[in-house]
Design a protein around this ligand. Structure first.
Ligand code: PLP
Length: 391
């Protein structure tokens, strides 16, 4: 019998990958599957980014890079952060990581231990809770409510901070709800966080470029007073349609930077070199593809919300960001995961049950609209037929 450390018996996962595997297996059997489950842009990576990686390989960039990332990439990231936050950002505070997820892993293992409390959104990205459980810290859910537009409520955060709180995780625009915390609430949230100077904050802003209806994204990095305890998570996966490249980055407070740098040296040495060159091209090259992708998501968002609201028993608030809709299915009489399973096996439509994102996700399903519009509408048609037959 091999005995592993106890954290591994508590670790969870991301069911979107299991649904993807099941959807792919059904497709391999010849079924016509519409995948609205996985959260990844359906666009290819823009060609100038691909070309930069190919050129890097041809130019002989085959070796290790600095563990923190190649200087040019960190400079490009810092310049982008300075521009978007309005606060001067040094490349020395930027860590290049293999995918956005790695930052949450680092932040949570830095602060999680038995006796510590970590606040995280529920429903929210499932890896937050999984990693908190792994460390033995107590996960404290922050309720993310439909009646509040799926935004963070500053009061709900304030009520949950105790003297055991070590880390607060914020995510806007949000997965799985598409909620965006409006500027006034972000400011109130910062006021509350300012009252707790010993609590670290991880702001997951991986969907920062995707807000709609003119609602601005306000980065927590734009508040200089937070910078000494703010960990900002961002990356290339969603903005530049680069999920498979595994490239992300994070901003760290100075006292934490050297700790995570050492962990990078211990764990992965560096992100592969050609991918980092692709990252430079992404940030410093033309941004028209990003604009085009966001416009396409916006168009699909409107179509999917209208189609969802026409389904029997379904009501869907209009998401303000990311590329997810989180319709309320309570009136259909179905439990969310049972509905998601039945839809996949019986109609070939893959989506994710709300409970995969936390206990408050019951009664909802997540629909990723990062798919072609005609396929989204075809999926909505199949869902409508199914719900009418099986009401
Ligand atoms: N944070 C959120 C909220 C996400 O939805 C995702 C991916 O789905 C990530 C982080 C991780 O991104 P990456 O694929 O770059 O690891």
């Amino acid at each position: 019998m091999l005995t592993t450390t106890p954290g591994f018996d508590r670790i969870g996962e991301e069911n979107a990958f299991a649904v993807l595997a099941k959807a792919n297996a059904l497709a391999a059997q010849g079924r016509d599957i519409i995948n609205l489950g996985i959260g990844q842009p359906d666009f290819p990576t823009p060609s100038h980014i691909v070309e930069a990686a190919v050129k890097a390989l041809r130019d002989g960039h085959h070796g290790y890079t600095p563990a923190t990332g190649i200087p040019q990439l960190r400079e490009a990231i810092a310049a982008d952060m300075t521009m978007r936050s309005g606060v001067d950002t040094s490349p020395d505070d930027i860590l290049v990581v293999p995918g956005g997820k790695v930052t949450m892993y680092l932040a949570i293992i830095l602060f999680g231990e038995p006796g510590a409390e970590i606040l995280y959104p529920d429903p929210g990205f499932p890896i937050y809770r999984s990693m908190i459980e792994y460390t033995g810290a107590t996960p404290i859910p922050i309720p993310i409510k439909e009646e509040n537009g799926f935004a963070f409520s500053p009061d709900d955060v304030a009520e949950r901070i105790t003297d055991k709180t070590r880390l607060v995780i914020i995510n806007s625009p949000a997965n799985p709800t598409g909620g965006v915390t409006p500027p006034d609430d972000v400011r109130r949230l910062v006021e509350i966080l300012n009252q707790h100077p010993n609590v670290a904050v991880m702001s997951d802003e991986i969907y920062s470029r995707m807000t709609y209806d003119g609602l601005p994204h306000v980065s927590l990095a734009s508040f200089p007073e937070l910078r000494d305890r703010l960990i900002l998570l961002d990356g290339f996966s969603k903005t530049y349609a680069m999920t498979g490249w595994r490239l992300g980055w994070s901003l760290w407070p100075k006292p934490l930077y050297d700790k995570v740098r050492k962990l990078a040296v211990n764990a992965w040495s560096c992100v592969n070199a050609p991918t980092q060159y692709a990252g430079i091209a992404a940030l410093t090259g033309p941004q028209d593809d990003v604009t085009r992708m966001v416009e396409a998501f916006d168009d699909r968002r409107k179509a999917v919300v209208a189609a969802l609201n026409a389904l029997p028993g379904v009501s869907c608030a209009t998401p303000k960001g990311a590329f997810y809709a989180f319709p309320n299915i309570k009136e259909t009489g179905w439990k969310a995961k049972a509905l998601a399973d039945a839809l996949l096996t019986e109609t070939g439509v893959a989506l994710i049950g709300g409970p995969d994102f936390g206990t408050l996700g019951e009664g909802y399903v997540r629909v990723s609209y990062a798919a072609a519009k005609d396929r989204i509408l075809e999926a909505m048609g199949r869902m409508g037929d199914f719900l009418e037959k099986r009401a």
